[in-house]
Design a binder for this molecule. Structure first.
Ligand code: MN
Ligand code: MN
Length: 306
């Protein structure tokens, strides 16, 4: 995803990394997420409310001793990312839907992020393409690898299935309370990336499509995060900022808030205090599949934590 984080927030986050604590807590967050993912996949069926699955994921993460790192994403068909249901959303999964379940948990800010595609139709190959690409991308990881190698492996794997990678959705680093930190892990071949060091925690997340391979923003936006702290005058705006303080720099859902009038949220976005994560949809209405794991870079390989 694109970077839109304030430099001082990024510096604070990088300064606070304690490597052994990071690894321990990320592994624990990953164990929680793995279990929640398995359970949630079984709930995704035609006729089931999308909101029911999102709420299950978010409460189950807490039950198992972690916190959601971002709202449960359940993007369907051409929507690739950033769909989460609204408050009281009555929409249901439909027969034929291609559902990307993308979930995150954290323990004291140490994040695990994972995604799987649930096929309620006949798109087995597209699902396999993203899975194979994730596997291929992870296989080339070791301390010292250039991220360009990961992109190349992902692109080749997707193309073998006759599909295209979505070029403007990427994997990313994970830092305390930052779900989209550097380095960017491209899902296609680039000339030169950055070298990964041992102990670095990243999420690899290829997206495959039968469309042209690019996503654009929709108007629908239910996910936000705080990007800078500035004083605000309006009472309702202050209340919202107070309520979201607990999420620090992590994304939250509008439906998690007691009250969130669009006019106030819009003003906070225009003032550069919040940023929105609009639903991202494939520009040619192609179907999109996704697979994602969080990994820790090791001397001779990668440790998958999700
Ligand atoms: Mn994710
Ligand atoms: Mn991710």
């Amino acid at each position: 995803m694109e970077k839109l984080i304030n430099d001082s927030i990024l510096e604070d986050s990088m300064e606070n990394v304690d490597e052994s604590e990071a690894i321990k807590k990320t592994i624990k967050a990953g164990e929680v997420l793995k279990k929640v993912k398995e359970e949630a996949v079984k709930l995704i069926k035609p006729g089931v409310k999308i909101l029911e699955v999102a709420e299950f994921v978010e409460s189950r993460i807490k039950e198992l001793g972690a916190e959601p790192a971002f709202p449960c994403n359940l993007s369907i068909n051409s929507d690739a990312a950033h769909f989460t249901p609204k408050k009281n959303d009555s929409r249901v999964f439909k027969d034929g839907d291609l559902v990307k379940l993308d979930i995150g948990s954290h323990i004291d800010g140490y994040i695990a992020d994972t995604a799987v595609t649930v096929d309620l139709g006949d798109n087995e190959n597209l699902v396999e393409a993203a899975k194979a690409a994730l596997k291929a991308g992870i296989e080339v990881v070791h301390a010292g690898v250039d991220t360009a190698e990961i992109g190349k492996a992902i692109e080749n794997a997707i193309k073998e299935f006759g599909y295209k990678p979505v070029v403007n959705l990427t994997g990313h680093g994970l830092l305390p309370y930052l779900a989209h930190a550097p380095p960017t892990i491209y899902n296609f071949s680039i000339e030169r990336g950055v070298k990964l060091e041992e102990g670095t925690i990243i999420a690899i997340e290829p997206f495959a499509t039968n469309g042209i391979g690019k996503v654009v923003e929709k108007a629908e936006c239910e996910i936000y995060s705080v990007v800078s702290k500035k004083p605000v005058r309006m009472k309702m705006a202050r209340q919202i900022l107070k309520e979201v303080e607990r999420y620090k720099t992590l994304p939250f859902a509008k439906r998690w808030l007691t009250k969130a009038p669009d006019v106030i949220i819009g003003k906070l976005v225009r003032d550069g205090i919040l940023r929105g994560y609009p639903v991202l949809t494939e520009v040619s209405n192609g179907l999109v599949s996704q697979a994602e794991h969080t990994i820790i870079v090791e001397e001779n390989g990668a440790r998958i934590v999700t």
